[in-house]
Design a protein around this ligand. Structure first.
Ligand code: KG4
Ligand code: ZN
Length: 333
């Protein structure tokens, strides 16, 4: 079964074509990062307009690379939330038009479910149940993946998402947008134990997250140095901040595996590309005999192959959407 996936929930216009939920035939991603960079973050209205300009071309490119035509598609899968409402509407309308004209099923997909499915593309034998930590610019969610379309959300952030904290701290350090990759890069040259920034909700059995206190602590620390006209040790701050985030994420994920007695854990979402997170999680999991899965970096950040994969598994579980499907900016998993 060949599924064409469309993803336009934020600042990537992406079209992916996936066979049987596991094999990527193409995964085209047109990033708008260069456009939004000068504003220090994504400008929703600009993102929607750019999706409109690009979507036809990205679909064409994806078909070309997969070496198929639209008639070879068995179903169309599309992100209908969560995300920027105007941006979502562009991809959703386009997906509806293709599905309607080809008389093929339309499958609406939750973006977070798509991030989780990126693991099925990377690891051909991975099957639920497993525990997954979805960490992106908009979400920090610990979820028990009971089945391909059945999720048990155990914890989530009470304020900023992990990626958001990376982006805000990076901005304050003058490292630009997006901040996650920039902090990750700069931190490699820093001492992760230089400063002890706070870690929230570390008590046993608490699976929620909070990153705004950490973000504020880092910003106050930088302000303090600036007021005293002292040098800002950017690399050490980046490395210490990153350690605080990563230690919380790893601790909670491992702890949940132990509590549930599940020996399989996966990462998903943009922050899952973080090398420090991947390293620490691999080390801690190995000590406890937990198998760890993460997608390659290109499948961690927003892409449509993951939406096509999630769409395939939704279809196999009997879900099909109708043409009245609407975009839902705060769609829950
Ligand atoms: O999943 P994603 O592409 O979009 C959302 O659904 O939000 O995630 C983007 C987020 C951004 O906050 C970005 O700074 C972060 O993922 N990110 C990283 C890294 N690469 C991307 N954060 C930490 N380390 C990285 N290497
Ligand atoms: Zn995402």
């Amino acid at each position: 079964m060949i599924v064409l996936g469309i993803e336009t929930s934020c600042d990537e216009t992406s079209v992916g074509i996936v066979q049987d939920g596991r094999i990527i035939l193409s995964n085209k991603i047109s990033s708008q990062i260069d456009i939004h960079k000068k504003y220090g973050g994504v400008v929703p209205e600009i993102a929607s307009r750019r999706h409109m300009e690009l979507i036809c071309y990205v679909v064409d490119e994806a078909l070309k690379e997969a070496n198929i035509t639209l008639n070879d598609i068995d179903a169309v899968s599309v992100t209908y939330g969560p995300g920027l409402i105007g941006a979502l509407v562009v991809g959703l309308s386009f997906a509806k038009a293709i599905a309607f004209s080809l008389k093929k099923p339309l499958i609406g997909v939750n973006h977070i479910e798509g991030h989780i499915a990126a693991n099925y593309l990377e690891h051909k034998d991975l099957e639920p149940p497993f525990v997954c930590l979805v960490v992106s610019g908009g979400h920090t969610i610990l979820v028990e993946v009971v089945d391909y379309t059945e999720f048990n959300v155990i914890g989530s952030t009470t304020d900023d998402a992990a990626g958001e904290a990376f982006d805000k701290v990076a901005r304050y350090l003058g490292l630009g947008y997006p901040g996650g990759p920039a902090i990750n890069r700069v931190a490699e040259k820093g001492n992760r134990f230089a400063f002890d920034f706070p870690k929230s909700y570390m008590e046993e059995g608490n699976y929620n997250f909070s990153f705004s206190g950490l973000k504020t602590a880092v910003i106050n620390f930088i302000n303090g140095l600036r007021q005293k006209s002292q040098d800002i040790p950017i690399e050490d701050i980046a490395a210490s901040f990153q350690r605080s985030v990563v230690e919380v994420l790893v601790y909670k994920l491992i702890n949940l595996c132990d509590r549930k007695g599940i020996r399989k854990a996966a990462l998903a979402g943009g922050v899952a590309a973080n090398t420090e997170l991947r390293l620490l999680l691999s080390e801690e999991a190995a000590k406890r005999g937990i198998s760890i899965f993460f997608p390659s970096p290109i499948l961690c950040t927003d892409n449509a192959a993951m939406i096509a994969s999630a769409g395939y598994f939704r279809y196999k579980s009997g879900y099909v959407s109708d043409l009245f499907l609407n975009a839902v900016s705060d769609l829950k998993l």
